[in-house]
Design a protein around this ligand. Structure first.
Ligand code: MLT
Ligand code: MN
Ligand code: ZN
Length: 306
């Protein structure tokens, strides 16, 4: 199984267009040791040719241009993106669907029912695409066993309901529904290696912990270092918890959770990193602390083979 990180940043990207926090300003000016990142997306393949796009970021066109395997050019109109799955209906995970409208066949889209509801009402992308390439709806039913995605013959895909948050525009924002947010476990059926992916994870629950603890590659919510980071910087009124993200530092934080997992050879990688997060500073103390805990920070283009 091959995993490619297309975008390792949270919504807004890094640097964010209107942000002058220390990180965004420093990376823009070149005064900080940090690397720009596009918004949250990965691609998964078992043959290196047909890819499942997991989350369609607003930066998808930049990501396709940067990852030539997504444009194999076998026909006059072609794509390595065989199907798309979105783990929620958040703007940073779905807006890129609009950029795929030039397809000459309907777009296979795998989402849960609550996400489909948001994408056909509050942010009616699926209705809009009905006038372009059209969407071929595939339902992710949470209690129905592994997902069958024809492009990934040798990969078992399981969806787990998570505690995180539906988007601000959704009626589910303050009235959560099971399936507003999911995590994914990909298992290579030949090597039996497993990947856990959850860029938005607001709270640890036993079924989520079990999936994480049994993974050989953990790609997990790295949005914020501290829960009130954006408030302290005067950039937002929202905490990480308000947005459905578990911070890294402190008691009960993601570092502590990851520390309790000791699967031999497992890689622990933070993804969906907000531009305010000090772990983006490559020679900073937070990054050193993570390294001391054996935790990596995802960057765009990072590739894994399991
Ligand atoms: C989130 O992960 O909380 C959202 O994507 C934030 C956003 O929409 O920018
Ligand atoms: Mn996000
Ligand atoms: Zn910023």
């Amino acid at each position: 199984m091959k995993i490619k990180v297309l975008g390792s940043s949270a919504g807004g990207g890094f640097p964010q267009w209107n942000c002058n926090c220390r990180n965004c300003d420093g990376v823009r000016k070149g005064t900080l040791k940090a690397t720009p990142r596009t918004q949250s997306s990965i691609a998964v393949s078992d043959n290196g040719t047909d890819w499942l796009l997991v989350n369609a970021s607003p930066d998808i066109l930049t990501q396709i241009a940067a990852n030539r395997e997504l444009q194999p050019a076998r026909r006059p109109r072609d794509s390595g993106i065989a199907a798309v799955l979105t783990i929620d209906a958040q703007i940073d995970h779905v807006t890129g669907l609009l950029m795929l409208r030039e397809r000459d066949t309907p777009l296979p889209l795998y989402v849960t029912d609550p996400v489909w509801q948001d994408l056909s009402t509050g942010f009616p992308i699926t209705s809009i695409l009905a006038h372009y390439c059209k969407v071929e709806r595939h339902r992710i039913a949470l209690d129905d066993g592994p997902l069958a995605i024809p492009a990934l013959q040798k990969t078992r895909i399981e969806a787990l309901p998570l505690t995180s948050k539906a988007p601000p525009y959704s009626p589910h924002r303050e009235a959560p529904e099971r399936g507003d947010n999911i995590g994914l476990v990909f298992t290579d059926t030949a090597t039996n290696k497993r990947v856990f992916y959850a860029p938005g994870l607001g709270a640890m629950e036993p079924h989520v912990y079990e999936a994480m603890a049994n993974a050989d590659l953990i790609l997990v919510d790295g949005t914020l270092w501290t829960d009130d980071e954006m408030i302290r910087l005067g950039l937002s009124k929202k905490t990480g918890a308000d947005m459905g993200h578990l911070a890294q530092s402190g008691a009960g934080g993601m570092i502590e959770v990851l520390d309790s997992i000791d699967r031999p050879g497992a890689r622990k990688v933070l993804i969906h990193i907000n531009n305010t997060n000090p772990i983006l500073v490559e020679d900073g103390p937070e990054r050193r602390l993570l390294a001391g805990h054996g935790i990596e920070v995802a960057s765009d283009g990072m590739a894994f083979e399991l």
